[in-house]
Ligand binder design. Sequence first.
Ligand code: HEM
Length: 171
Amino acid sequence: MPMPPRLRKTALTAHVTTSLGWLGAVAAFLALAIAGLTTTDPDRAHALYLAADLITWTIIVPLALASFATGIIQSLGTSWGLLRHYWVLAKLILTIPATAVLLVHTQPIAVLATSHDALATDLHGLRIQLIADAVAAIIVLLAATVLAVFKPRGMTCYGQRRAQPAAASSR
Ligand code: HEM
């Protein structure tokens, strides 16, 4: 059901700020993860991974869930629909695994944050994995932003079927 214009703008503001806030918070996480990999000081590494764990739970996870929820509202509350246009569908397909992977990967972050020696050799792979995850998340979120701004043309079969009766009734 289409939202009235003022409500649509309010919902869009919530969607854009939570989505791009998510992107910015992941960039901050990446900086901490790179600093954690390059430091040779165990105390500094411990502090960096504690900060990474904190921003994951207090900023990244809430913003990811809010971006997802507001994206669904923005789709269902406008004529874009959730499954009518390829660009909206692509954003949905990109965002679901990104959110799922984020939730699964909170575990390795917690392991590093609670470890007494985050620089231990057996945790080296985990420290690299945090960087790879953050880079992958940034690429996915940038792709979602490009799709949202350019809105490439192209309707799904479902979208075309839904558009036909509307076009016929307007003639
Ligand atoms: C479940 C996932 C998502 C869905 C279904 C979705 C859906 C939508 C829809 C339908 C609009 C158009 C709203 C309107 O015109 O009123 C929109 C706008 C937008 N979305 Fe998303 N979105 C999702 C996730 C994201 C993510 C992850 C990002 C970026 C990190 C993002 C960034 C944006 C931006 C920047 C706009 C504003 C574009 C403009 O007005 O020109 N979205 N989204």
